[in-house]
Design a protein around this ligand. Sequence first.
Ligand SMILES: Cc1ncc(COP(=O)(O)O)c(C=O)c1O
Length: 448
Amino acid sequence: MANATDHLWMHFTRMASYSAGEVPTIVRGEGAYVWDAQGRRYLDGLAGLFVVNAGHGRTELAEAAAKQAGELAYFPLWSYAHPKAIELAERIAALTPGDLNRIFFTTGGSEAVEAAWKLARAYFKRTGKPNKYKVISRYIAYHGTSMGALSITGLPGIKSDFEPLVPGAIKVPNTNFYRAPEHGDDHEAFGRWAADEIGRAIEREGPDTVAAVFLEPVQNSGGCFPPPPGYFERVREICDAYDVLLVSDEVICSWGRLGEYFGAVRYGYQPDIITTAKGITSGYAPLGAMIASDRLMEPFLTETGMFAHGVTFGGHPVSCAVALANLEVFAREDLVGHVRANEDAFRATLEKLYDLPIVGDVRGDGYFYGIELVKDKSTRETFTEAESERLLRGFLSTALFQAGLYCRADDRGDPVIQLAPPLIAEQQHFDEIEQILRTVLTEAWTRL
Ligand SMILES: Cc1ncc(COP(=O)(O)O)c(C=O)c1O
């Protein structure tokens, strides 16, 4: 499509890079594959954007959307309810860990994160600790783009244009064990150190000023950092000790991505709030949610009280109907169990790539992996800015796509390739991913 750049302003896109070339235009999807306007097929190694968990081409999800739009296209959740939101909230409450049973719908992840920070602030204002407003999150972590969520995000490169941001967003180290500044030879000690850094930050800022800690179960940005053993257990202790809310940002890590409905369940910790979006509908309609407990809702239950927050399309009837149909597919096909049964095979297949000199680290869990690329495996030396630019932007992204694999080559932290295929993926897809990566990474090495 020749005129894609005439009017369409694409997200996080160097528009100028398309001035001479054609914008890849995807027109159709089926299972783990998508097709472009020229009829070329690609393995969707990123489930769109960590979204299409049930896979492409599910007509029953499309039908659920059509049926709902025909019945009741729209009604707000502002003082009114509609059946699909009620049913979906009940369904989600039954899947969440512990006492998380209050579902505040949004249209996506940033809005869920925004809502969580606002809830944390309002909750403490109403419970006698009005100075608790700050939030702690981790270096390189991505939590969204609205001003609050962007402030929580730890990526300077996507923040600087928009500063000053919301005050009170503090950063602590992430759990990148491959590049651990301390305890690089001891996973557990590193986890303890990284968790204690949160405690130290709370102490530095003043416990009376900190409202919440935002953490992903597996940190996406930087290339899939799973939590070290004991990390979340220690974070939970710290949050309890200082009366700070633990927000599990599961915009990516819920709905089977890590082999459980929620990442917190996978790693056995109890958050105070979960934020989610993306795979909740497998992308057949937009939806997000902030999930809290009775305890956090209680201060808003006075006669004239309310959580003064909302968005027009939060909990849209069509999206809720699609989410319910999506969860039916999950249950019928046991997609979550499928991930658990196949995650070791996925890991083992990706780990074959360790024989390439450019592959430094393969890390992740479930169907969520990052492959860190290095210049020197023995020293873990990474690429310079210019090499990274040439390698990732100049060659890898395009070459992988041309070879039939859609995935992410990212250098917001160290250079990584990220993979998060639809949850229906199995060995044949893992093999295809591995083979394309092998060919293209081998070629990349010769170009350095
Ligand atoms: C952990 C996390 N939080 C928040 C967001 C923002 O979600 P959205 O793009 O739906 O606003 C994302 C998006 O990728 C995310 O990965």
